[in-house]
Design a binder for this molecule. Structure first.
Ligand SMILES: Nc1ncnc2c1ncn2[C@@H]1O[C@H](COP(=O)(O)OP(=O)(O)OP(=O)(O)O)[C@@H](O)[C@H]1O
Ligand SMILES: [Mg+2]
Length: 286
């Protein structure tokens, strides 16, 4: 197992009139190698939760374990190896474009590896490779991050995290602000990284992404854990689903089923797999 939250509470500005409880008794597990979608309404605590994963926030009470690292309010118990933890868990924040600060794109992406002691030439090589992963060619290397479009900046920020090759990659709404094709390319990249064995945690409001990519899903509401299941279990749970949008493909499949087609839900998570399942169910192919 990779990640464990045990009765985690988190309060912003404790002991002030502005105190706000953003996480309330959250206990959950995220398996190594899973692709987990973290969902819930605006303000439900998603971004707060992920900031516990690399020690940016410490629980007000309770404890988080990430492999052998302990993230706790208790200074004696908690890991001192924050740098190693941040190499293990890479977080692409909700507005990562605001974290760019170097004068050129390549320097910005190379900053992480440099910070971990990689020599300049080697760090630039890693940066160039990471930039190619996110679809930015050499014409971007020496440009200032500040003169890029929003979508390009987001790609640079994602490259900056990939350059550290973290085993656990946490993405807070990474495709917001990208055009549909760019969003699809980025999701394909995350899928590839998942297939290579990385643990992926994706914060999203997009149920289509949950349906298409996730192996597990965590639903938060007002800082509480409502459900941890597979996407399929969630989409079949009408009560839990009440406030969420149903993925288009799932809805389509559901309507076909109501029409009497014997479809196996568990076999479908994309247009291609739906077509295969339709062909199988109708016996259309010899
Ligand atoms: N620095 C802060 N100080 C006080 N309250 C905060 C702070 N950051 C977040 N909150 C509050 O904590 C709650 C959870 O916020 P969080 O950012 O974790 O939500 P979220 O699920 O990521 O929402 P969104 O989908 O809008 O990104 C919200 O009600 C928010 O107003
Ligand atoms: Mg958020």
């Amino acid at each position: 197992m990779s990640i464990k939250f045990s009765n985690v509470f988190y309060t912003y500005s404790p002991k002030t009139p502005f105190a706000f409880e953003a996480l309330n008794d959250v206990s959950l597990k995220i398996e190594k190698g899973s692709f987990t979608a973290l969902i819930g309404k605006t303000g439900s605590g998603k971004s707060t939760l992920i900031q516990h994963l690399n020690g940016l926030l410490y629980p007000s009470s309770g404890e988080v374990e990430v492999e052998d690292f302990i993230i706790s309010k208790n200074k004696k118990r908690r890991t001192k190896k924050i740098k190693a933890l941040r190499q293990l868990v890479g977080i692409v924040f909700q507005f990562p474009e605001y974290q760019l600060f170097e004068e050129s794109v390549e320097k910005d992406v190379a900053f992480g590896p440099r910070n971990f002691g990689v020599k300049k030439e080697e760090a630039l090589k890693i940066a160039h490779e990471a930039l190619s992963y996110v679809g930015l060619d050499e014409s971007f290397y020496t440009r200032s991050p500040f003169e890029l479009s929003g979508g390009e900046r987001r790609r640079v920020a994602i490259a900056g995290i990939l350059a550290l090759s973290p085993d656990i990659l946490v993405l807070d709404e990474p495709t917001v602000g990208l055009d549909p094709r760019g969003a699809k390319e980025m999701m394909s990249l995350f899928k590839k990284l998942h297939q290579e064995g990385k643990t992926i945690i994706l914060v999203t409001h997009d149920m289509n992404l949950v349906f298409n990519y996730a192996t597990n899903v965590i639903l938060l509401d007002e800082g509480r854990l409502i459900l941890q299941s597979t996407p399929l279990e969630l989409f079949q749970d009408e009560e839990k689903l009440a406030s969420l949008e149903v993925p288009l493909l799932y809805e389509f499949m559901h309507l076909l089923k109501l029409e009497g087609l014997e479809l196996d839900y568990s076999k479908v998570n994309s247009l291609e797999t739906l077509i295969n399942e339709l062909i199988r169910a109708k016996g259309l192919k010899t």
